[in-house]
Design a protein around this ligand. Structure first.
Ligand code: ADP
Ligand code: MG
Length: 272
């Protein structure tokens, strides 16, 4: 299996404040990969580095077999699409115009949309169920709709790798599962590699082929959901006790934090 991304000993600091410390991991091509970890552990910073937004000094990153530092911005955008955690509505565009921006890395300097570009944008909007919004202004749609529109733009970019930072966080339960189903379908139908940050461990577990757990800028554990989602690992990282059982919808591990009032109950079986 080829690697979509290989990261070797990557460190990153904001000024003197160290956020990532010698991180190394690989993501195989065509898989659904998730990054989990507590708030402030460096997940968004990692995604911004992979998207080419933050420039790193220490370590090495290869994307599709080529050193990230050797890519121009436009070339990187033909390989990697990025859906940020914080989605701003401050764009003077209709949904259709915004989705079409995904074509710009593929176009000449004048950025003229061809018939094919329009076709690809229409397909991206169909795929994300945003076609009915196409003539609406970006600032006149709901947060959940805007999240889907950003994903439509990323799909329209036709990347090999899609980076998504907490894409389901502002969605209700039905839309969360719909979005995750959509990403899974994209992976299965186009062979794209999905790299997603999530703080919803159960949602990540249901869809991930592989995951990493990071804390304080270090990789604590990497593997399948069943290998990573264990009370012995997570209690230490998150600093609270968990039950882990099997999700009835499939075979993925399911985690439940234990409220203080039930802590004694958990000990009871071991005590007898
Ligand atoms: P996560 O996405 O895992 O919550 P982030 O990568 O956003 O974590 O942030 C990691 C750490 O870096 C946090 O302590 C955060 O406060 C800090 N940080 C994030 N962005 C900046 C920035 N632009 N300047 C300085 N510190 C930052
Ligand atoms: Mg974040």
């Amino acid at each position: 299996m080829k690697n979509a991304i290989a990261i070797h000993s990557l460190s990153y600091s904001y000024g003197n404040f160290s956020v990532l410390s010698a991180i190394s991991f690989k993501v195989e091509q065509g898989i659904f990969f998730t990054v989990i970890g507590p708030n402030g552990s460096g997940k968004s910073t990692l995604m911004k580095i992979l998207a080419g937004i933050l420039k790193f000094k220490k370590g090495k990153i290869s994307i599709a077999g080529k050193n990230l530092k050797k890519y121009s911005g436009r070339e990187l955008a033909r390989h990697v699409a990025y859906v940020p955690q914080t989605i701003s509505a401050e764009f003077p565009f209709t949904v259709e115009e915004f989705v079409l921006l995904g074509r710009s890395p593929h176009q000449g300097m004048l950025g003229i949309n061809s018939e094919e570009d329009h076709l690809i944008a229409d397909q991206a909007m169909d795929f994300t169920d945003t076609g009915t919004l196409s003539q609406k202004k970006i600032d006149r749609i709901s947060g959940g709709e805007r999240q889907r529109v950003f994903i439509a733009r990323a799909v329209c970019q036709q990347p090999e790798i899609m980076l998504l930072d907490e894409p389901a966080s502002s969605l209700d339960l039905a839309h969360q599962v719909k979005l995750m189903d959509l990403l899974e379908r994209l992976k299965n139908e186009t062979g794209i590699t999905i790299i997603m940050v999530s703080h919803d461990i159960n949602l990540a577990a249901m869809y991930s082929d592989a995951m990493i757990l990071i804390k304080n800028g270090s990789v604590i554990k990497q593997g399948t959901a069943a290998e990573v989602i264990k009370p012995s690992i997570l209690e230490d990282i998150f600093g609270c006790p968990f039950f882990v059982d099997t999700n009835p919808a499939g075979n993925s591990p399911r985690i439940s934090p234990i409220p203080a009032k039930f802590k004694l109950n958990r000990r009871a079986p071991h005590a007898s």
